[in-house]
Ligand binder design. Structure first.
Ligand code: URA
Length: 190
């Protein structure tokens, strides 16, 4: 199995799909590599492409402030990455071919981290990691198993910026995530 340095090097040089032609930076992922909790979005936007870090734009700021309410901090107790590591042009959804090309990198990250809890941010990540017919409006906040991990999905931060009426449901989902962390994680809240 790969180690982090080797995996990050392979990602940085990746040409498995045409997103490599327009990227500024590969957005590999950030946070605690020994985290018990992992968040997965869909793909970098403009700010992420420019800075090389996931969820650093307006949506990312909203996400960080919501997660701080349940004592989660990317520098301290979780890891965050995306299904695709390079920005899709005009922020369109990543194509299935692009997701297929990039997915093995995420699987390697999951194998290295071995999280107890995975939280999908939005429909695209949930359809990849939970099930292809995942319905975010009906199934956000529900828990599934993926190998050894518990997995759930919440609305994507961009959806919460577009439609603030979804925020109370997301706060309820976050409280359930906090309860699940208390139930199955050992170091996250220590
Ligand atoms: N949206 C995502 O899904 N991921 C990011 O990193 C930024 C915006």
């Amino acid at each position: 199995m790969a180690d982090w340095t080797e995996l990050e090097r392979r990602c940085a040089q990746c040409k498995r799909c045409s997103l490599c032609d327009s990227r500024t930076n590969v957005v590999f992922g950030t946070g605690l590599r020994s985290a018990e909790v992992m968040f997965v979005g869909e793909g970098p936007g403009e700010n992420e492409d420019l800075q090389g870090e996931p969820f650093v734009g307006r949506g990312g700021q909203l996400l960080d402030s919501m997660l701080s309410l349940i004592d989660l901090d990317r520098k301290r107790n979780f890891y965050i990455t995306n299904i695709v590591k390079c920005r899709p042009p005009q922020n369109r959804d990543p194509l299935n071919t692009e997701q297929d090309a990039c997915f093995p990198y995420l699987e390697e990250q999951i194998s290295l981290i071995r999280p107890r809890i995975i939280v999908c941010l939005g429909r695209v990540a949930a359809m990849r990691l939970i099930k292809p017919d995942f319905k975010i409006t009906q199934e956000h906040g529900q828990w599934f198993r993926r190998g050894d991990a518990y997995i759930t999905a919440i609305y994507h931060p961009a959806a919460l910026l577009r439609d603030p009426t979804k925020r109370p449901e997301t706060f309820a989902d976050l409280r359930a995530i906090r309860a699940k962390i208390r139930e199955v994680c050992e170091s996250t809240y220590r």
